[in-house]
Every structure is written in C-alpha cells, then in structure tokens.
Design a protein around this ligand. Structure first.
Ligand SMILES: O=C(O)CCC(=O)C(=O)O
Length: 243
C-alpha cells in the first residue's frame, strides 16, 4: 500500500509539469481551485504550513487514493460498520510535516451538521463512519489520532470561539487514547467521538487518508459531489484551522 501511494503522489506532481506550459500561465481560476483545497496548520514558529488537501480525489493522478477511498475494501469496512450499503461522503488527505501542530479537540459531526442544515438533508450522527488509513507509519511521536472512548454518547460544552468544537476544559480530567499505526492500518470511528492530535515530533512527515461514508439511502444525486459543492463555497476564504 505504501509503495502504491508513494507512486501515486509523485505521478500527480510529474503530470503537473512545471515548465510546459510555463508556470506563470496557471490561470487565476486554477490557483483559486488549488487554494480552496489547501489548508494549513501552524508549526512551532507560528508559520502556516499547508497540511491537507480537501477534497483530494479529483486531483489528477490521485488514482491510488481513489482506489483506497472508493475501493471494495474500504466500502466493505464502512458497510460492516454501518450495516447498510455505503457511499463515500467526503475524503481528505493530511500530510503532517515535522513540528506541524495537531488538531484541537473536536468531533466531526457538528461540522457536517451545518451541511445537513443548510442543504436540508437529514443523515444523523450515527449514520456516518470515518476511516483513517495510515499511508505512513504513525508512531506516538508523530502525533497520531487520539480519541476519548465513550464520548460519542455524551454532550459537551462548546468552545466559545468555535461552537462546532468541544470546549477543551470539558475533558481536562480524562486521558485520551493515542492510536499509533503502521502503514496500511485503518481506524474506523464514529462522527461524534471526541478526538484530537498532538504536533508531529518525529523527523518524518506522516500521511493519512481520511474518508467518511454514509448509507446509500441518503441519496441526493451523488452525496459526495453535493457535499463538496457546498463545502468549497462555505469554506471560502479558507478557514485554515478547521478539520
Ligand atoms: O490526523 C490527525 O492528526 C487528526 C485528524 C483529525 O482529527 C480530523 O481529521 O478530524
């Protein structure tokens, strides 16, 4: 898996071909499309480091990423978790370089609830499952995913500056469970589980592909296309620190 994904990433870069046509001929519209996909997190020097592409699957050369997100293995895990026929809802790629900060405490559903409300679609928190596929090894020092078991059944106070996030004080008396991974490992998680990650203190970048799935019965054309049509409008200008 790791080898295939390495190849895919580099195919995308080669096909971009920086010299022909000349780089300066990239249109404003093309730049905007890329800007809309690239989000950043701060590093120790408070510089904003691009850390993810969201969406990623429509980028030229992302063949293996598409196979991972839409292929039979992922769909089978999603269907086993949901106990229903599943479809892809969203998919993003994270590459956390050394010393780039992690994700603050949050659950995913409050973000998706905004989409549901605005598009007047009801899916519901229990009908999403997210698969995090480790492309690289993610040891403890790389700031892997950390979850607070059982929190998907609890309600917490909201962060005063970002009401979609959980108030960090709410879980101050509990310890998260960090999930170090080997390349190719998958973590499936509920859309309401509180999770976060620490800065990458290793010397290697770590990459993950994070895909969420919902039952097929929630069809609204292709739900994936519907979501990203909404998201790319909604997140413009880019909200750099959001998940
Ligand atoms: O991979 C990470 O550092 C955490 C990702 C995360 O929390 C998220 O995408 O919601």
């Amino acid at each position: 898996m790791r080898q295939q994904l390495d190849t895919a990433a580099f195919i995308a870069l080669r096909e971009t071909n920086f010299s022909s046509p000349p780089a300066r001929s990239v249109s404003r519209e093309d730049s905007r499309r890329v800007e809309l996909r690239a989000f950043g997190r701060q590093n120790d020097e408070a510089e904003l480091i691009p850390d993810r592409l969201d969406p990623v699957l429509d980028i030229v050369g992302a063949v293996h990423l598409n196979q991972l997100a839409r292929g039979p293995k992922s769909i089978a895990i999603a269907e086993a978790m949901l106990q229903k026929e599943a479809q892809l809802f969203r998919c993003k790629f994270i590459r956390k370089t050394p010393n780039t900060h992690g994700y603050i405490l949050h659950a995913d559903y409050p973000y998706w609830e905004v989409f549901e409300n605005e598009r007047q679609i009801h899916i519901g928190a229990e009908n999403y499952v997210t698969l995090l596929i480790a492309i690289d090894e993610a040891p403890l020092e790389s700031g892997p995913l950390e979850v607070y078991p059982g929190t998907h059944r609890e309600n917490f106070g909201r962060d005063p500056t970002e009401p979609r996030d959980i108030d960090s004080q709410a879980l101050a008396d509990r310890d998260p469970v960090a999930i170090p991974l080997d390349s190719g490992d998958v973590v499936a998680f509920h859309s309401q589980i509180a999770h976060q990650s620490e800065p990458n203190r290793s010397r290697q970048s770590r990459r993950v592909l994070i895909s969420a799935y919902v039952p097929k019965e929630h069809m609204c054309g292709e739900l994936y296309d519907e979501y990203y049509r909404w998201y790319l409008r909604y997140s413009s200008p880019p909200r750099s620190e959001q998940p």
